[in-house]
Each structure stands twice: as C-alpha cells, then as structure tokens.
Design a protein around this ligand. Structure first.
Ligand code: PLP
Length: 356
C-alpha cells in the first residue's frame, strides 16, 4: 500500500476546544484524510489540515445527493493506547452504501490504514474523560461539476475527526420516542439500508416536528403498510418481550445495518438470551405492552450506544416503559459495550483495532 502523505497544520485548533462542553460534532481535530477518485481509481490519499474546500456551484452532489457517510469512534483504552471500535464493519457498510448510489468501492485496507494514521496523528484530540470519545466521520461524495443528471466520474473521500462528549452527561437517560405514522423514511427497494444523505434529508421534517412536541426522535414504520417497525431516527430499535430481544430483520433493505445492533445481538446470543430478527408490527408491540409483556425497548447506535425508551407514543397512546427507568438488559449491554470500547472488559470478539 502506498504511503499516505502528511501535510501538518501550522497552528493547532486544540486551544479553541472547550473540553468541559464538547457537545457533538462541534469541534474538529487538526487534520483530515482526503482521497480522490479519478480515471477509474482512488489515489493513496493524503492528510492535510482541516479547513475549507473549494467547489463550484455545479458540484453534482449539491444537486443530486450522491453522498454517503459513516460514523464510528476511537477511545482511550484503560490499558493505554487507542481503540477504534469495529472499523471493518463501517468500511464494509460504506461500500454497501456506495453501491446503492453508484459510488465506486473504497479499498478496506486503505480505509483502516487511513483511520489509524489520522487518529494517531491527532491523538491529543481524543478526550480523556470516560464517556467522551473521538467521533470519526468518513464522507464520500461525487466531486464532478456539471448539471446533467448522471453519476459523477470523480469522487472525494474525506475523513474528519471530532472530540465528542458523552451522549448522556448525567448517565443513561430514557428518551421519549414518537411512532411516526404519517411520514415515511424509506421503502422496500429504496435507499433505506444505505447511509446516504437522502435518508437524512427525508427524516428531517418528521424529526423536527417530533422534537418540537418534546420527543427525542421518531420511530419509523415501513413505507408500504405503515404497520411494520423499521428503526429510530439515528438508531436501530430493540424490544424485550417476555425476556426475548426482538428487532426488525434487515431483509427488506429499508433499515441501516447498525454496528451497535450487531454488537448487541452478538452479546445477547453469547449470554444465552433468546434473540429474534424478524418482522415486527407496531400492533404487536402495543399488544405486548397492554399484556404487561413489553419489558424494555431501547435504541442502539454509535452516538449513544444504548438509548432506553422511556415513553413510546403511537397515535394517542403512550406506552410508558419500565417506569421510565433503565432496564437491566439495556444497562448490561451498555456497560459491556462501553467496557470493551474503553479496554476495561475483555474484547472476546476482537472488535477493537488497537493503536499503541
Ligand atoms: C438511520 C440509522 N439507523 C441506525 C443507526 C445505528 O447504526 P450504528 O450502530 O452503526 O451507529 C444509525 C447511526 O448511524 C442511523 O443513522
């Protein structure tokens, strides 16, 4: 593999960071990785200072949304060094998304190498506080400048890193979720399984209305019948019914194959729990709730890891779960996954990529 060239920033951005109030995606590290695709291949990439990039107003991505991205995290390990959590999964999902919107594949080894070199170079931006981490945002977009509707011939892959706070500064907080029964995010045969800009654009309206009404996010139903549960705004959803973990299957292609989802299912199976990936309707959830069998519900995603649902509103009924307290399964999953990420719990599945 060719060497990644590095042009170091003349002045570090680190002094501008408020470490006591990092928020999410507010501060950026000194450098980004950039690789360009031209004449049918990706170049080896370079690391350059974070800063503006110049484009003409005809940048095709602005018009036709040929854009995909990823989200993963690096942590300071309790054993020393840095852990990047399951970057191979994000690399594979990036290529799945790429295929959906006609973006060329990116080499997985090159992806992992770029992450390692970039994270190591900006190591000082990884927060030391437990719960905080370095969020990594790879984004790939068509870089062609034209107005005809067609796939671009050229692409740019940029990897940004950003020190972020714990999602819940006061601990794991159960959230209020609104079941969205009017608007839809994705349909079978569409782009739902891709992490592409279009899906987030499609989710903004319903998400904004839900927030105004006091909900953290919406729970999407399938785009055809509006009975089957898909996923939450930026999380997959899991229900615990009669001590069985039930989550929508990926086979309809309308939901994102979350890395945290996979980690949760792997751990739960390893613990001997009953786990089902299958179609689940909102009526089934309501019925389980009314019969007192809905023990817990929680979202899974990189940002919050596990996000317990305290209230789930469907039409005019509020399902109040577990007295709006964190359930034992959500808590155990959260403790185990974050424990692995911070190097405190044995990484028996080999999920972390460690950098000394
Ligand atoms: C739509 C959507 N679903 C699910 C997830 C959870 O995926 P992951 O666990 O890989 O963060 C995310 C977050 O990236 C998301 O944006």
């Amino acid at each position: 593999m060719s060497e990644i060239s590095i042009l170091k920033a003349e002045k570090s951005r680190i002094d501008g960071i408020n470490w006591n109030n990092l928020g999410f995606g507010v501060y950026f590290s000194d450098h980004v990785y950039v690789s360009d695709y031209k004449d049918g291949k990706w170049d080896a990439g370079k690391i350059i200072p974070y800063g503006p990039m110049e484009f003409e107003p005809t940048l095709c991505t602005l018009h036709y949304g040929q854009s995909i991205f990823e989200g993963l995290k690096a942590f300071r390990s309790a054993k020393g060094g840095i852990n990047i959590f399951r970057p191979d999964m994000n690399g594979k999902r990036l290529n799945h998304s790429a295929a959906k919107v006609c973006i060329p594949d990116f080499d997985l080894d090159q992806f992992i190498e770029a992450l390692k070199v970039l994270v190591k170079l900006d190591e000082k931006f990884i927060p030391t506080e437990r719960g905080c981490s370095l969020y990594i945002r790879p984004v790939v977009f068509g870089s062609g400048q034209f107005l005809g509707v067609h796939a671009s011939d050229t692409y740019r892959h940029v990897i940004i890193t950003s020190p972020v706070a714990s999602y819940y500064p006061e601990g794991l907080n159960p959230v209020k979720i609104l079941v969205e029964s009017e608007h839809v995010r994705a349909v079978r045969g569409g782009l739902g399984s891709a992490k592409t800009a279009a899906n987030y654009a499609a989710s903004l309206y319903a998400g904004t209305v839900a927030k105004k009404n006091g909900f953290a996010q919406v729970l999407w139903l399938d785009g055809v019948t509006r009975h089957f549960v898909d996923e939450v705004g930026a999380m997959n959803i899991m229900f615990v019914i009669d001590n069985e973990i039930i989550t929508p299957a990926l086979d309809q292609g309308s939901i994102l194959a979350g890395v945290t989802r996979d980690s949760v299912l792997t751990l739960a199976r390893d613990w001997g729990m009953k786990v089902s990936e299958r179609a689940v309707t909102i009526d089934e959830i309501l019925e389980a709730y009314n019969n007192g069998k809905l023990n817990e519900a929680f979202g899974t995603g990189t940002a919050a890891v596990i996000s317990p649902v305290g209230v789930l509103r469907y039409k005019d009924q509020d399902m109040v779960l577990n007295n709006q307290q964190i359930g034992p399964i959500a808590q155990r999953l959260y403790d185990t996954i974050t424990g692995i990420q911070y190097g405190e719990v044995e990484d028996k599945f080999g999920w972390n990529i460690h950098i000394d």
